[in-house]
Design a protein around this ligand. Sequence first.
Ligand SMILES: Nc1ncnc2c1ncn2[C@@H]1O[C@H](COP(=O)(O)OP(=O)(O)OP(=O)(O)O)[C@@H](O)[C@H]1O
Length: 597
Amino acid sequence: MADGTSATVEGEGRRRRSMRPLGMLLPYLMRYRAQLAAAGLALIAAAGATLTVPIAIRRMIDHGFNADDAAAINTYFLALIAVVAVLAAASSLRFYFVSWLGERVVADLRADVFRHLTALGIDFFDRNKSGEIASRLTADTTQIKAVAGANVSIALRNLVMFAGAITMMVVTSPGLSGLVLVALPIVVLPLVAFGRRVRLRSRKAQDMLADASAYASEAIGAMRTVQAFTAEASVAGRFARSVEAAFHAARSSTAARAALTAFGIFMVFSSMVAVLWWGAQDVLAGRMSPGTLGQFLFYAVIGAGALGELSQVWGDIANAAGAAERLSEILDERPSIGAPASPLPLPAPLRGGVSFERVTFRYPEGGGATALHGVDFAVAPGERVAVVGPSGAGKSTLFNLILRFYDPASGRVLVDGVDLARLDPIEWRRHVAIVPQDPVIFAASASENIAFGAGSTSEAAIRAAASAAHADGFVTALPKGYETELGERGVTLSGGQRQRIAIARAVLRDAPLLLLDEATSALDAESEAAVQQALDRLMEGRTTIVIAHRLATILKADRILVMEDGRIVEQGRHDELVAAGGLYARLARLQFRADAA
Ligand SMILES: Nc1ncnc2c1ncn2[C@@H]1O[C@H](COP(=O)(O)OP(=O)(O)OP(=O)(O)O)[C@@H](O)[C@H]1O
């Protein structure tokens, strides 16, 4: 599963081009031209200042140090201080602007990737582990930031210094420079090839880490289950193995980078020594002044130093290219469900009648199993229909198709006679309220939780919805009432309280179609009664489809659809179905909870 998952998000085999994925950052950078220009200017000023130093040094050497020229020497030293001041100011500005750009671009990128993720089809989230997607959003963007901030600044400075040093070397001594230019490809080409291998290894390390964190976040989310099954040791062991594997991958990538550094430094400096030896011969033969050799030497040191630093940050930049590639893959992912080119307007007024016409459906990740076989039924506007059937019969799948999380393989789902595929799914979902079996409570205040999905809603409307959902009482009793933090870092609600929050959400939504997935877990009698009253009120005047587990709900339904193995096998009212003596009659005897009926 892990392999399948990573292959899906990453798309193996498209990754050879070394730095190309970083190109995705360009449009983001181009939004901030002023800062880019400032960073560029600072960069050039700093490089220019550094490159003037060797000229001063040549003059001093050729001039010689003697007492007569004390004034000239003073001028040189003062000029040197001025140059250093320019260098300091420019370096600091360069650092500021480049880091600013890094932070800015990554903030934009994070927001974009997340926005894009929220628009992707549910099948994407079936295919990819949520922990892994989250790690894309945090770890990969952080890696880009580290690079975009500090390393790009270093790389750019060194690139400019390298180019400047080479130019000045040619100006100083074309002959010696020719020699350097011959040596250059011999030094640089192997470094580039080496760098590519480092990049592949570091990507592997990142993948392994993403796998390990995905596993950890899954286990942390399910800690009750882990401990209830006393699976601590096996879970911890498995995580330790993933972390170990990630460590080995990281070590291998680090070893490659360490080797690259040694190789780089040796190649650069040994070739420099060779060139120097050549220059020394020229000075001995009187073809060159010692000062000129000194100046050339300084430029060569600057150039080689720049190249050395480049080889160090190149690995990091390659990492960022890997991260950028992974983010591009998410950004390139197209939503599987979208609005048609010219969506039809929703029927007005929308009454919420739903019909399935010979709908056959397989889940994208369902291994080819058919979840619905030619399902055919119609729910009239205002009707209350209960869906019952054994586990895995396909009841929730009906909801998934009504919400258009997926498209049928064949057949159509219609709302008030219009094919769902011809509507904008976002528009349509605005008119559906769903009360899930196990509602999600977000880490936010009670009032934000109730208003979830309702946009800007007045406090009065939130309280009215909570009242209608019989939630007002317990919410008011919370330590800070409606402002109490719930979920992750706040108060944990009971099952019945969570359901009432979900009902309040549905009340606020005020949609013509209500999809209700009744809780299977038994609530205490008081909670059950409160939830039931809230639901009864919510269902009034709406088309309701309810996945029913309670006898009371079934008895109140206008019609019952009985599902088995992805088919509707019976439909009718409770007494008719009991009399028919089929699957329903069996289920009714064994399964439906009669409590509080
Ligand atoms: N996201 C999914 N990807 C792949 N297969 C799925 C997915 N969701 C459900 N299935 C499969 O589709 C079939 C129908 O599932 P569905 O959830 O609709 O059943 P159900 O009747 O709602 O069951 P339950 O009462 O247990 O919730 C099952 O075989 C299930 O394994």
